[in-house]
Design a protein around this ligand. Structure first.
Ligand SMILES: Nc1ncnc2c1ncn2[C@@H]1O[C@H](COP(=O)(O)OP(=O)(O)OP(=O)(O)O)[C@@H](O)[C@H]1O
Ligand SMILES: [Mg+2]
Length: 270
């Protein structure tokens, strides 16, 4: 067999590097796009915080007695701390965390995302229940797994036009050495003919809103890519008219890294 000329090899290598770099940028762009969905609710919440600060500052100025002033200071402090929690959450979500992995409680990853979405859910009359009593620890790129959980929660909310309920739970399955995060909604469900395609890049049933947000069909394909890169697995169960549950499974940090789970990288539909 003849060797290809070296400039062809060079061009091939450069093209491969470009594809890799574009892949990384796409993940980051999708991440920022999904947080863009939340921009309006986060702005609302900041406005509420500012109203609280302004009103209690006025109250403190009007009343000279210590009790009223102390109450005003406490309210202002709490509102400020709430705002700081959101900005810290946003900054940590938006940063490009690189490839670093750390051992972390899956419930902690869930909580760090909830701070960004709870106002959005409230505005869409979606009740959120958290079941985070178990504490499975997995070796994760936290930033990437936050992106996965946020995508699943945004999808769940978008499946419930008239409001509904989302349950996010965390489970430690010591028997098979896996930690799980499940996002369950009471939304429209996914018809059987669509189910096999939902993890495909650019598959969407949504139209972009006025701001051009949403409906690129990249959310779940990113989720699957990220979960698989952690030797994990993403699974979906759905009943039309009843709701959908997405389950993420990650190898527990304590489990042997050589678990050799044969189907660890498969996404199963249905
Ligand atoms: N929880 C859910 N309930 C019902 N349908 C869902 C749910 N999650 C995903 N889907 C379906 O899967 C499709 C693909 O989801 P995906 O997150 O990849 O893209 P998208 O939400 O349409 O667009 P993007 O995430 O890029 O804004 C959705 O268009 C929707 O039809
Ligand atoms: Mg989506």
């Amino acid at each position: 067999m003849t060797q290809p000329p070296s400039d062809v090899e060079d061009r091939l290598r450069r093209a491969e590097e470009q594809v890799e770099e574009l892949g990384r940028r796409l993940v980051q762009a999708q991440k920022l796009g999904s947080v863009g969905e939340l921009a309006s609710s986060i702005t609302h919440e900041f406005n509420n915080v500012l109203m609280t600060v302004i009103n209690y500052a006025k109250m403190g100025l009007r009343h000279a007695d210590d009790t009223t002033r102390e109450k005003a200071f406490n309210k202002i402090l709490a509102a400020g701390q709430r705002a700081a929690k959101i900005t810290t959450g946003l900054l940590s979500y938006a940063r490009n965390g690189g490839d670093r992995r750390e051992a972390i409680d899956l419930g902690e990853v869930v909580r760090s995302v909830i701070v960004l979405v709870e106002k959005d859910l409230q505005m869409h009359r979606v009740r959120l229940d958290l079941m985070l009593d178990e504490h499975p620890v997995a070796e994760l790129n936290v930033n990437q797994v936050q992106q996965v959980v946020l995508n699943l929660i945004v999808n769940a909310r978008q499946a419930m036009d008239a409001g509904g309920r989302i349950v996010v739970s965390v489970h430690e399955n010591t028997a098979d050495g896996m930690g799980e995060i499940a996002v369950k909604d009471s939304g429209c469900g996914i018809p059987a003919d669509k189910l096999p395609r939902i993890f495909d890049s650019f598959f969407t049933t949504k139209t972009a809103d006025a701001g051009g947000q949403g409906g690129t069909g990249l959310g779940l394909s990113m989720c699957r890519e990220i979960v698989e890169s952690h030797r994990g697995r993403i699974r979906v169960e759905s009943v039309v008219g009843r709701g959908t549950t997405f389950t993420l499974r990650f190898p527990l940090a304590t489990a042997s890294n050589e678990s050799g789970n044969g189907d660890a990288s498969m996404a199963k539909a249905g």
